[in-house]
Design a protein around this ligand. Structure first.
Ligand code: SF4
Ligand code: SF4
Length: 305
């Protein structure tokens, strides 16, 4: 079993599930959402990230790069097509502006890092959240990790885009999960393909299966929809999702308010922002608009949490 790349392990989180949690961010995702808030988590492979705000222009990286991949003339600073990931520039960078995004970690290493906070998990009814990227891209590894966490008495939560092979997931990962936050972003298959890079049939099927599984177990399942201007926040999309949740017997859901700070993150790993010039994408949503979105769910007696 090959170890996946982990982008980060964030301790003391209070935003990714109940209580105090440690969040493990996997690298790699089967979707390609236009508004991805963690663009560095999309590719499965390791890559160089560059934060222009931290750079002090000492020039060390340009001097040491054996491939001449670093240049101030490059709008993304590093030419990822010729970079051989040797890591010399990262080592020489005094300010932390350059970093290697993604480190291969084994189950033991991850458990060792997160278990230090077990007293906080226990005191706050928290635990460990597996996020990404998409952890189910590595179902065997995910299953092993979840099993170990449960053996250590740690509560487990998975954040997923829902695109996974059900049989494998049901056998290897589901038995060790206490909670799942399941994203349903766009209901229309063609629009889902347009904005997220794939169709959503498997995602909706998997949600239905988990809703059924949740009725016969203690699994806590929370559907979540990120609000993205003009893409997911349309009345038609929200009504379709709310209707689908009703059909599947869901009484609770979450709407994730839009955060316009993501476009700046794209350039760190050399990705062009695909909504450049879209002003709505650069603004916070008004409270009034969020309330209108929420009413679509509450009118259907779906409680928003
Ligand atoms: S990782 Fe190596 S090849 Fe890539 S930019 Fe840095 S020094 Fe150059
Ligand atoms: S080594 Fe770091 S701080 Fe110096 S120029 Fe390169 S990125 Fe900037």
């Amino acid at each position: 079993m090959k170890n996946p790349l982990i982008l980060d392990i964030k301790g003391n989180s209070q935003d990714d599930g109940p209580g105090i949690r440690s969040v493990v961010f996997f690298k790699g995702c089967p979707l390609d959402c236009v508004w991805c808030h963690n663009p560095e988590s999309k590719r499965v492979e390791c890559e160089i990230s560059f934060d222009a705000n931290l750079c002090v222009d000492c020039g060390h990286c340009r001097e040491v790069c054996p491939e001449k991949a670093v240049s101030k003339d490059n709008p993304f600073y590093v030419d990822r097509d010729i970079c051989n990931l040797c890591g010399l520039c990262v080592k020489e960078c005094p300010s932390g502006a350059l970093d290697m995004a993604g480190k291969a970690l084994g189950v033991d290493e991850i458990v060792k890092k997160v278990i230090r906070d077990k007293p906080f998990f226990d005191a706050s009814k928290g635990g460990v959240t597996l996020s990404g990227g998409e952890p189910t891209l590595f179902t065997e590894f995910l299953g092993e990790l979840l099993k170990r966490l449960k053996q250590e008495g740690v509560s487990t939560l998975l954040e997923t885009c829902g695109l996974f092979a059900w049989e494998k997931f049901e056998k290897l990962a589901l038995p060790w999960l206490d909670a799942i936050y399941f994203d349903i972003k766009i209901f229309d298959p063609a629009l889902h393909r347009l904005h997220c890079g794939t169709e959503n049939q498997v995602i909706l099927e998997n949600f239905g299966r988990l809703a059924t599984a949740g009725k016969n177990s203690n699994l806590s399942l929370l559907p979540r929809t990120p609000l993205v201007p003009g893409i997911t926040d349309t009345r038609q999309n929200l009504e379709s999702i709310a209707g689908f949740l009703q059909k599947n017997g869901q009484k609770k859901a979450a709407l994730l308010p839009y955060n316009p700070l993501w476009p700046d993150k794209c350039s760190k790993t050399g990705q062009a922002c695909r909504v450049e010039g879209d002003l709505a994408m650069k603004k916070w949503m008004s409270r009034e608009h969020i309330s209108q979105c929420e009413s679509v769910f509450t009118e259907r007696k779906i409680e928003l949490v």
